[in-house]
Every structure is written in C-alpha cells, then in structure tokens.
Design a protein around this ligand. Structure first.
Ligand code: IMP
Ligand code: MG
Length: 191
C-alpha cells in the first residue's frame, strides 16, 4: 500500500522537524565551499540520482564555485518496500555523457543501508573516471550494511524514516522545505 491510498497531510503527517530549511541552507553553503576548496578550478562532474537528490543537487551546484557539469541517473531498487531498500538496483536512466578521465562527485540525498550507492559506485568506477567521490546530505550510519567511503556528509541522523527536501514516502512529501520524521502511524502496518 502506498501513501497515495490514504489522505496525505503535509503538516499533520510530520512528527518532528529533524533538519530545518535554515540548517539545510547553511550546510549547503558550507559543503559547496569545501568542495570548491578541494577542486579549485578543476572541472567537476556532479552525478545525481533521481528523484530524491533533486533539491539538494539544485542547491549544491549553485554553492560550488568550481566549473561544474551535471548529469542525472535514475535507479530503482526492486524487491524492497516503500521504507526498505533491497540492494537490487535497476538503471532507469543512464548518464548522458561520458565520465572517462573526469573528476566525478556523486550527489546523494541519503545513505541508509548503502546498498544502492555500493552498486552505483561499482557501475561508475567501471567507466574509468579520474576520481570518484561521494557527497550526501544525510547519513544514517546505524543501518549501514556495506562500508561506503563518504567524502562529504551534511547531517548524520538517527535511524528514523524521514521525508522532505526530496525524500519521499510513496512518492509524496518530496516538496517539503525541511527534512522531517514521518509519523510511524502513517506507514506502520501498510507495507
Ligand atoms: P540504501 O540503498 O538503503 O542506502 O537506500 C538508499 C535510498 O533509499 C535513498 O536514495 C532513498 O531513496 C531511500 N531511503 C533510505 N532511507 C530513507 C528515508 O529515511 N526516507 C526516505 N527515503 C529513504
Ligand atoms: Mg525513495
């Protein structure tokens, strides 16, 4: 069952604001400056994973002073549920340009088990970029199943299911300006 089956209330369904709009904006500025300091005037390709990373990508790219290009991939994990990823990944949209010999930075919304990113890293390494680093807005280390070397982390969060600023439950809540904890009663027993 998906969230679309019941009534969705963007205000009442949120139990707690975990990361506010202001905190996100300050962190994006900070990360952009750090990335700019690390890459300088080198060309950088940001690779983002749809759809959850869309707001973060849009904000982060404008905070990075280096010459950047962007590319977008879309993957879906199958065999999982709305709140659990399975690690089985299917590529729905591939890169539109080659990354061979390029400095590449993956821009992610959240790393949970790490299974999706683990797959993506192997896939992108196979395309022989000059370098491959990872930037994630949110990190949920409590649930990690594979070790992922993350270079830039926005916020480390506890093991709670969150929505907003791109993150969804059943494809909804992505348009919230903050990251909030979804009330468990919204999804408990529905998967
Ligand atoms: P992983 O493969 O378990 O690391 O999961 C990665 C993907 O699962 C993310 O890109 C999200 O789409 C989704 N995900 C993981 N945790 C959450 C959450 O708390 N809220 C919403 N989506 C999540
Ligand atoms: Mg999702």
């Amino acid at each position: 069952m998906t969230a679309s089956a019941g009534r969705i209330d963007l205000v009442a369904d949120i139990g707690e604001v975990l990361v506010s709009e202001e905190q996100i904006a300050a962190k994006v500025t900070e990360l952009g400056a750090r990335i700019g300091a690390d890459y300088g005037d080198r060309r950088l390709t940001l690779v983002s994973v749809l759809k959850g990373s869309l707001p973060f990508m849009a904000d982060l790219m404008r905070a990075i002073p280096s010459p950047v290009r962007i590319d977008l991939m879309e993957v879906s994990s199958y065999g999982g549920t709305s709140t659990e990823s399975s690690g089985l990944v299917r590529i729905l949209k591939d890169l539109s340009a080659t990354i061979e010999g390029e400095d590449v930075l993956i821009v992610e919304d959240i790393i949970d088990t790490g299974l999706t990113l683990n797959y993506l890293i192997r896939y992108l390494r196979g395309k022989n970029p000059k370098s491959l680093r990872i930037c994630t807005l949110l990190d949920k280390p409590a649930r990690r199943l594979v070790d992922i070397p993350v270079d830039y982390v926005g916020f480390t969060i506890p093991d709670q299911f969150v929505v907003g600023y791109g993150l969804d439950y059943g494809e909804y809540y992505r348009n919230l300006r903050f990251v909030g904890v979804l009330r468990p009663e919204v999804y408990t027993g529905l998967d």
